[in-house]
Design a protein around this ligand. Structure first.
Ligand code: PLP
Length: 396
């Protein structure tokens, strides 16, 4: 008999993954070129050349123990120091290796953070729309995601609802900016106001409330937006980073967590996170990838590639009569469904072999998410199908 927890998880199993699998099956039937799959955030840009060069160099030059052996559960000290130096250079911070834990992607990072903080019944606040996997991650440790209602005007967090949702059970708050699924970047004003609420509530409730900043899209910003690292606003912030999107390495499972010294009892938190990495069975982040990314911290993905896609998809869909939020970052277009039940819109799109994900998967019904981390050609080829879809709903 399966556990109650996993049976529950299976019921709400990832809609995004299901769509992705559906896309693969459809491609086998009618040919990949005829499927317009905007379901999964799987980057189409190749990893920068230096990534493969660094992997080759590590394989050629390091001895077997150094390349494939166990190391500290937090990762190689010199890799963590390289990450700290790079953050210090770019963001004026003052970290050293002990503030950094190498992780199995952001998913691994979020899980070890939540394991470290959550007792059964604890609440974790997330701002809708949010990455639906957070629900499963919190449930792994008996925690519960409490949703802040979406702010449909501009998709900045609704801070009034946020304040109302904080109570003695609140252990952590997750933010994700640039945001998946909206592409919105939370403004400095939003972050300052959010931090002020957290400080006030920590005092009122006499307890720590941790802000977990999930930052896999940190460098993916457009229109000269500045790249922001969010530990500067609030003392109890823990950042969770991933190279999945920034270096196009999602299958390699590599990222890191940053615990600044300003976090209350930061050494205990770091020790807890290290133990969580071990006891959850990650043990340590993949050794070869640690070595490779340490050489590539100044490498950049081709943001211009995504920007071109963004402009094309946004302008063409808007012309067709769809209402879209213009993304400031990440690689998702957030589109208002022309009918109240967006599942109907998703079904209609499938008839034209267009796949995207319903907003309810992100706790925001009435919208859909299109991942435009695909080829430019794919978007161009999809436009006649989108025109038919617009016609189905009497747009334009
Ligand atoms: N957080 C957000 C907001 C994401 O969009 C994703 C992946 O799409 C993740 C975390 C997980 O990323 P990783 O591949 O690093 O585990």
């Amino acid at each position: 008999m399966l556990s109650q927890n996993i049976r529950q998880a299976m019921k709400g199993s990832s809609v995004i993954r299901a769509m992705f699998m559906e896309g693969k099956e459809l491609a086998e039937k009618i040919g990949e070129e005829n499927v317009f799959d905007f379901s999964l955030g799987n980057p189409a840009t190749p990893a920068p050349a230096k990534v493969n060069e660094s992997i080759k160099k590590a394989v050629d030059e390091l001895d077997s123990m150094e390349l494939h052996g166990y190391m500290s559960n937090s990762g190689y000290p010199e890799v963590r120091q390289a990450v700290a130096d790079n953050l210090n250079k770019r963001f004026g911070t003052d970290f050293d290796f002990h503030n950094i834990v190498m992780t199995v992607g952001a998913a691994g990072g979020l899980n070890i953070i939540l394991k470290t903080f959550l007792d059964p019944g604890d609440e974790v606040i997330a701002f809708a729309p949010y990455f639906g996997e957070y629900r499963g991650y919190a449930a792994n440790f008996g925690g519960k995601i409490v949703e802040v209602a979406p702010n449909l005007e501009n998709f900045q967090p609704d801070l009034v609802d946020f304040e109302a949702k904080i109570n003695e059970k609140t252990k952590a708050v997750i933010i994700n900016t640039p945001n998946n699924p909206t592409g919105v970047i939370y403004s400095d004003e939003t972050m300052q106001a959010l931090a002020a609420i957290l400080e006030k509530k920590e005092k009122e409730l006499g307890k720590e409330i941790y802000l977990i900043s999930d930052e896999p899209y940190r460098e993916l910003v457009y229109d000269g937006e500045k790249v922001r690292f969010l530990t500067g606003f609030y003392h109890n912030t823990i950042a969770c980073y991933s190279f999945s999107k920034s270096l196009s390495l999602p299958g390699e499972r590599i990222g890191y967590v940053v615990v600044p010294n300003e976090v209350t009892d930061s050494d205990d938190v770091l020790a807890g996170i290290e133990i969580s990495n071990r006891t959850l069975g990650f043990v340590n982040a993949p050794s070869l990838m640690q070595k490779a990314v340490a050489e590539c911290l100044d490498e950049k993905t081709d943001v211009a590639y995504y920007d071109k896609n963004r402009e094309l998809l946004y302008s063409e869909l808007t012309k067709l009569g769809f209402t879209c939020i213009k993304p400031q970052g990440a690689f998702y277009l957030w589109v208002k469904s022309p009918v109240a039940d967006e599942a109907e819109f998703v079904q209609a799109a499938k008839k034209h072999h267009i796949l995207f994900v319903k907003g309810s998967a992100f706790a925001c019904p009435g919208y859909v998410r299109m991942a435009y981390c695909v080829s430019y050609e794919k978007i161009q080829n999809s436009l006649p199908a989108f025109a038919k879809l617009a016609a189905d709903f009497g747009l334009n």
